[in-house]
Design a binder for this molecule. Structure first.
Ligand code: OAD
Ligand code: ZN
Length: 254
């Protein structure tokens, strides 16, 4: 506990000095909101019970058999309905309000950063707020595609019968806003990696583009392949909300 307080004090000092903070968030940021992560102990890929669970989000597999994705997507939609932003989401929104944060780069599709009040959010893995027909390109809003997802095993376009796919970036598809994200990282004087295992590229390559100090907050293993520990000024292995509540005790942002 003492160690966590010391780390929180160190982090608070770093935030006080910083003027250009950038956050890269991953699925661990939203587990306290009830949305499961992928590779954590209770993660989707562990619970899926299938070999090669990443194929749930593989675009070639989706075109062959969209039912695998949709069986998991229905569960995610239910979790999203009940989810509220966590303390950490509000903490980073408060940093933006204070004029200290340049932007949030998120691998998450849950929009909890925006719901907490963050405006400068780059959803590099897309989102579920819009869906498109994979055949004719017709667009469907969130409520319509959600209704269709619960009505049918596989939602299909009313125009052409093609399979509908939410605008989530699947493996094999290009990520969004990547140039802006690297630019943001270069401009940052303090770069946070929060709740990510840093195994999925190109997101995992973004932090090392910064010349600022890097803080990693994640319970459990974080890949050092793209971000060697020598580049990390502060590594916190603790619950995200517990840690940022402790940082906030010093900064009183919330
Ligand atoms: P991962 O599931 O790979 O990593 C989440 C990390 O957060 C794990 O190391 C957890 O131990 C940690 N964690 C979970 N809850 C936490 C908490 N309350 N406090 C502290 N740490 C916690 O998620 P990402 O790195 O975001 O992509 O995964 C990257 C991409 O892989 C996702 O965007 C998704 C997935 O395949 C696509 O679907 C395209
Ligand atoms: Zn269509």
């Amino acid at each position: 506990m003492k160690a966590l307080q010391q780390e929180a004090s160190q982090c608070a000092e770093m935030i006080k000095k910083a003027n250009a903070i950038v956050l890269l968030s991953g699925a661990g940021m939203s587990t306290n909101a009830g949305i499961p992560d992928f590779r954590g102990p209770q993660g989707l890929y562990k619970r899926a019970g299938i070999p090669d669970p990443e194929r749930i989000f593989d675009i070639e597999y989706f075109y062959r058999d969209p039912s695998l994705f949709y069986s998991f997507h229905r569960e995610l939609l239910k979790a999203l309905d009940a989810a509220k932003p966590t303390f950490a989401h509000f903490f980073f929104a408060a940093l933006e309000k204070k004029g200290k944060l340049l932007g949030v780069i998120t691998q998450n599709i849950d929009a909890l950063h925006q719901r907490a009040g963050s405006h400068k959010v780059y959803e590099i893995h897309g989102g579920i707020w819009e869906s498109h027909c994979t055949k004719c390109g017709k667009s469907f809003d969130y409520e319509t595609s959600k209704r269709m997802t619960f009505e049918k095993e596989i939602p299909r376009c009313d125009n052409c019968g093609g399979v509908i796919k939410p605008d989530i970036v699947f493996f094999g598809e290009p990520v969004k806003h990547i140039d802006e994200c690297f630019e943001l990282a270069r401009k940052a004087d303090l770069f946070f990696v929060v709740g990510s295992s840093l195994v999925v590229t190109p997101a995992a390559m973004i932090p090392s583009a910064t010349s600022g100090e890097i803080v990693v907050v994640n319970k459990g293993e974080v890949s050092e392949f793209y971000l060697p520990s020598s580049r990390v000024a502060l590594r916190v292995d603790a619950d995200i909300d517990e840690f940022f509540r402790s940082v906030n005790e010093e900064l009183k942002l919330l």
